[in-house]
Design a protein around this ligand. Sequence first.
Ligand code: HEM
Length: 516
Amino acid sequence: MIRLNLVVQICLDRLVTPVWTVRALSTMSRMSSTEQHEVKPFESIPGPGGLYQWPLIGSLLNYKPFTRFTPETLHNFLNHMHDKYGPVVKLRLGSQVVVVCDPKDFETVYRNEGLYPKRTGFDLIAAYNKRNNVEPGLSQLQGEGWHALRSPINKRLMKVDSAAHYLQQHNQVADDLVKILATQNLSPEEVQKLFFRFSAESLAVVVFNKRLGLLEENPDKEALEFLNLSETVMNMIQKALFGKSIAHRWFRNSTYLKYEAAQNVVRRIAISRITQEKVKFEQMKTSGQFKEDHSNLLFSLLSETNLTIENVSNVMISLYFGGTESTSKYIPVFLYNLAKNPDKQNILRKEILNCMGQDDPLTTKALSQMPYLKAALKESFRLSFPSAVTSFRILPVDVVLGGYHVPAGVSIFMFGLRATRTHFENPDQYLPERWLRSEDKTLRDPAHSMIVLPFSYGPRNCIGQRFAMQLLYLAAVKILQRLDVRIHQDSVNGSFIYKPFIQARSPIGLKFTGVR
Ligand code: HEM
């Protein structure tokens, strides 16, 4: 996402200026004369100039060996840029982008994103889809094509109880996770891998209607192959995203070939599993067991007459990949914040044990009675924001951001992470209490509602957020119900990087011991 296709960038750069001139006039004419007077032109947005604005070279100059930053410490680089140039900065990150960090500007961006918000996809996936004649998935599509695929999923996944349908099965997966943590002495790397298996297993229940058995002592061969290939797919996307592979756009380089081989098998396995479920679905339909409002996502998508097996498989693959990496990376970060603040961990454990005891499964009722759990996760999102940039948009209209005119067609990055520090009291402390209502019913820390948006906002926000929250709550609840979480003394210095989701520079040494 961050390093856009350079060819497209160059074309965009050429296109943007003339479009801006025409649009600027029409937009400006809609403003009051005072506003027109105050708006500063796009050209005057501060930022590194000269060579730093050149296509390709400009982006490379931002990183090592020319600076102390790398794509993985993009957050530090953007903070440095805002310290130097102010709340609106123009620079090259692949294409020319405008970066904003004021929540009021986030609001303006979201308000103007239109019906089909545009966020460019991953060029490695685009190359694969084109070369293999595969229809693009949700995160790759734009415009009406995106809307046509997103709408049927939206109406099911954004429902309040969409994830709750899977809660019972997810409880079982979480129990298996806790059993392993309680009985095996795992290295930090093994713990990280275990969380990946937990997320993959939980999402498999949603996308394939089946557990894969990834938390069993000896998982079956196909399940393990699926897991290993999924990791390869994600690693290659990451490599391309951070500019460690560029040539895949023009020919099949080694990153592309590894991605293609892995993705071909992943797709074959996914399509074969979904085809098996289609047979079950047809039987249910014939026997009258299937109702229109069925809460099972896979069955309900299979019932859409305008979606082919290929469409449904693409959606499910998007969900599986969109969800596994992000959620598995965030579980140890949440646990890290609780382990570093044992007093908060104890308050949370007390709330959990009061609501559900040491053996009960997590239910929606119990969840509704746990305000501290929700505050603890929200505060973790604030203190350790899941992605370096909340998201980015290419708007269909001109806007004014921080007093500067930004033409339609320019990439706008919303750097929410900075606002999580600049808009709160005691920003470096983990204080779930700041999200709880005090007795006079006001929020203790009434921060702007556009700051802590881990799943972004608007019609193109994260479609899997209910599942992500469910899995994060479950992992924390089930672990704290039975185990105390501490950090190995010789581990972790709290230094996090983004690839593109947050993770500790080296796996966090979490220590799990039984609680009585
Ligand atoms: C902690 C976990 C997660 C985080 C922080 C996260 C965050 C995000 C963000 C910031 C976006 C971009 C939204 C925008 O541009 O407005 C996104 C998109 C997306 N996410 Fe998530 N996500 C998480 C988990 C999940 C899960 C569990 C799933 C699937 C079950 C999922 C599926 C997707 C998909 C398919 C998109 C693309 C949506 C579209 O383009 O229409 N994510 N996510």
